[in-house]
Design a protein around this ligand. Structure first.
Ligand code: FE2
Length: 340
């Protein structure tokens, strides 16, 4: 589903388009989503509104650095990232502006929105626990339990440089306090089956190969093993079980694909129209079907593959803005406990 070469081509084309922009209504999007199928999303927006979309794709940190460098002259109207923690960096860098919108406030629950309308979630991604059914009888039922010494040598999780883990730890700081969170991180490091390596898919592959008994990954990496033939995963997927963590407590940790208005947006009206479109029916179904994400807007149906994971209680107590507020502290803890 991720096609980087194609994404670069799209970026190059979009750049050219921005350079030669005509007088027609348009909106310039900087996006860290790399999905060809997002073309269909923007095509529908243009069809409905007559506003042309020029899209530049890149890594979130690069896009944020670019926004900073461009300053007041930035052509960017809208920024889209696949992690609220990254959006926090954009906020810190001062490259966002508020987009007050009654439409967005009504559609998206408050815990998925920045308190001052600097960004909001368009879809959600769950970070959950997976395990080898044939080797683990009682998997951890909470994130906290991942640090229990009884799981020594069993856990695979990627490096602390990964923003998904940074946001997870930030949420644990919020829920349990910094002292507990540091003990937790140290406990997870002590339980690791191997030094952190690879992406989320690699943690799941470790369960299949037998190197890991328990893994932490975002839910859609697992679902890709059903949706398509993922080498090393699909053949062994029936032996992978999953746990929705903290179901008798605060609920499962969800991260966001988030959208925001750029500070120097040359087309603020068009930008707001696009942001509102992202909370509408077409866009919400697009996010649900295309990457098996959970829609941010309540009541939108799930993709059948996503529905396979069943019902769960999401953590709605921990505000997503805490991921950003605690990001620095999370990084400090990771360094202190030597989580590579
Ligand atoms: Fe991902």
């Amino acid at each position: 589903m991720i096609r980087k070469t194609a994404a670069r081509l799209v970026a190059a084309t979009a750049l050219a388009a921005i350079g030669t922009a005509a007088m027609a209504a348009e909106v310039n999007v900087y996006s860290s989503r790399h999905y060809d199928s997002d073309d269909a999303l923007y095509a529908e927006f243009t069809k409905e509104t007559g506003i042309k979309v020029n899209r530049i794709e890149g890594k979130a940190d690069e896009l944020i650095a670019r926004l900073e460098a461009e300053g007041d002259n930035s052509p960017a109207d809208v920024l889209i990232t696949v992690d609220a923690g990254r959006m926090a960096r954009a906020e810190e860098a001062g490259v966002l502006q508020a987009y007050p919108s009654a439409v967005i406030d009504k559609a998206v629950p408050a815990h998925l929105r920045h308190p001052d309308d600097l960004w909001f979630g368009v879809s959600q991604r769950a970070r959950i626990i997976f395990y080898a059914k044939d080797r683990v009888e009682n998997p951890p039922r909470t994130y906290e339990e991942l640090a229990d010494p009884k799981f020594k040598g069993q856990i695979c999780i990627r490096s602390s440089s990964n923003v998904y883990n940074q946001s997870l730890l930030a949420s644990i700081i919020e829920a349990d306090g910094a002292v507990e969170a540091k003990e937790w991180a140290a406990g997870v490091v002590a339980n690791m089956a191997r030094a952190p390596q690879g992406g989320d898919t690699d943690q799941l592959l470790g369960i299949v190969s037998g190197e890991c008994d328990i893994a932490v990954a975002n839910h859609y990496y697992f679902l890709r093993g059903f949706d398509s033939d993922v080498e090393g995963l699909t053949a062994g997927i029936d032996n992978i079980g999953w746990v929705w963590p903290n179901q008798s407590g605060r609920g499962a940790h969800l991260n966001l694909t988030a959208a925001a208005m750029a500070k120097s947006a040359p087309h603020p009206e068009e930008a707001k129209t696009l942001l509102e479109f992202l909370t509408g029916d077409f866009a919400q179904h697009h996010f649900a079907n295309q990457n098996n994400e959970y829609p941010a807007v309540p009541g939108v149906g799930l993709d059948v593959d996503t529905a396979r994971l069943g019902f769960f209680i999401p953590d709605t107590q921990t505000p997503t803005s805490a991921f950003s507020a605690n990001a620095k502290e999370a990084q400090a803890i990771f360094n202190e406990v030597d989580w590579q």
